[in-house]
Design a protein. Structure first.
Ligand code: SAM
Ligand code: SF4
Ligand code: SF4
Length: 338
């Protein structure tokens, strides 16, 4: 089967798989896992429900004949999964790009092993440089310094360039944007600003809390001389802007104000092995059951191809305040993987 044969109903290929390796996290970012909903009484997946590394490898191998180019390990907090470097090692032989998204708190102690195992890229989520704002955004006592040290560890381990993802919430951290750009200018770190999205049903999202990328850019251009840069790949979600003196670039991810569903080549797999064709899907396809019922590589490839060929998702293009407030069940980001 060639990659041309597997396109969804809108002509999009499957190139990018985001795999959540745990639904647990040591942070409680209110926009993702608000503490009042993810407290002591919350039932996380039992660890025995997690896809094993063996099963994850099977899914990735089965997706490669469909044109898969990239795997991103995410969560929850992926570095809470013991021995993650062992998974990276298994996947590193498959000649695909292998990336990790992490909150950075455990990166110092893991970066060298991950790099040695064959990780190609790391993205660190960091919403503020000031500890009080960071605490408001992430509801953790872990200081910003620890995350910055984790980023340094990744750079030292050879994982440059590192991307920093920053979600902006109006009235909470928008004044941190310029501070982050200033801080990372001239380094091997690219900051990307993400519009706050209505993922899941627990974060109480309102459109009013979204700072549109266009407004943020205007604000940043008040201080920095930014020039537009060409996209590296059509499926890249970030629009790139560079410092005119060549001292680095930033990215803007306009998931709400300028959705990019038309180029969306991503699928997501939850920690318990459900395959989702959209971040806003209300249901997933149980690949773990297929594997445990003995599906071999070819069966699994065919099953994933069949799901992909039925796909017509374009939630963000259809989004409105009305759809967002609707009673449709929606999967939490910490479960499906950001
Ligand atoms: N725990 C890891 C981390 O924070 O990087 C990986 C998982 S987290 C769900 C992946 C990404 O999703 C993070 O960059 C986070 O900021 C982003 N995210 C979570 N909830 C979001 C929301 N409501 N809107 C926009 N981005 C969100
Ligand atoms: Fe945890 Fe990442 Fe969600 Fe924050 S965004 S609660 S760090 S999974
Ligand atoms: Fe892709 Fe769904 Fe996001 Fe659109 S809303 S970009 S289809 S994940």
């Amino acid at each position: 089967m060639t990659s041309e044969q597997v396109t969804d109903r809108l002509g999009r290929q499957l190139k990018d798989l985001r795999i959540s390796v745990t639904d647990r996290c040591n942070f409680r970012c209110p926009y993702c896992m608000p503490r009042e909903r993810f407290g002591e009484e919350h039932t996380f997946l039992p660890r025995r429900a997690f896809l094993s590394f063996d099963e994850i490898e099977k899914v990735v191998r089965a997706s490669i004949p469909l044109g898969l180019e990239k795997v991103r390990l995410t969560g929850g907090e992926p570095l809470l999964r013991p021995d993650l470097a062992d998974l990276v090692k298994r996947l590193s032989d498959l000649e695909i790009e292998l990336a990790l998204t992490t909150n950075g708190s455990l990166l110092r102690r893991n970066a060298a092993a991950l790099a040695a195992a064959g990780l190609t890229r790391v993205t660190v989520s960091l919403d503020a440089l000031d500890d009080d704002v960071h605490r408001a955004m992430s509801d953790t006592d872990i200081p910003v310094e620890t995350i910055l040290d984790g980023i340094d560890a990744a750079l030292e381990a050879g994982l440059a360039p590192v991307k920093v993802n920053c979600v902006i919430r109006r009235g909470v951290n928008e004044e941190q944007a310029a501070k982050l750009v200033r801080h990372f200018r001239g380094t091997d770190v690219t900051v990307r600003f993400i519009e706050y999205m209505d993922v899941g049903r627990t974060n109480g999202w309102t459109l009013g809390e979204v700072v549109a990328s266009g407004d943020l850019l205007e604000h940043l251009r008040g201080e920095f001389d930014l020039i537009p840069l060409a996209a590296e790949r059509a499926s890249d979600v970030a629009v790139r802007w560079g410092h005119s003196d060549g001292s680095g670039e930033i990215g803007l991810i306009s998931s709400v104000s300028a959705p990019f569903c038309g180029d969306c080549v991503r699928a997501r797999i939850s920690a318990d092995g459900r395959f989702f064709t959209c971040l806003f899907a209300s249901g997933g396809h149980d690949l773990r059951a297929l594997i445990q019922n003995g599906a071999n590589g070819g069966n699994l490839t065919a099953a994933i191809a069949a799901i992909w060929e039925r796909r017509a998702d374009r939630y963000s293009e259809l989004r409105s305040e009305e759809t967002s407030a609707s009673a449709l069940p929606r999967i939490e980001m910490s479960y499906i993987g950001g």
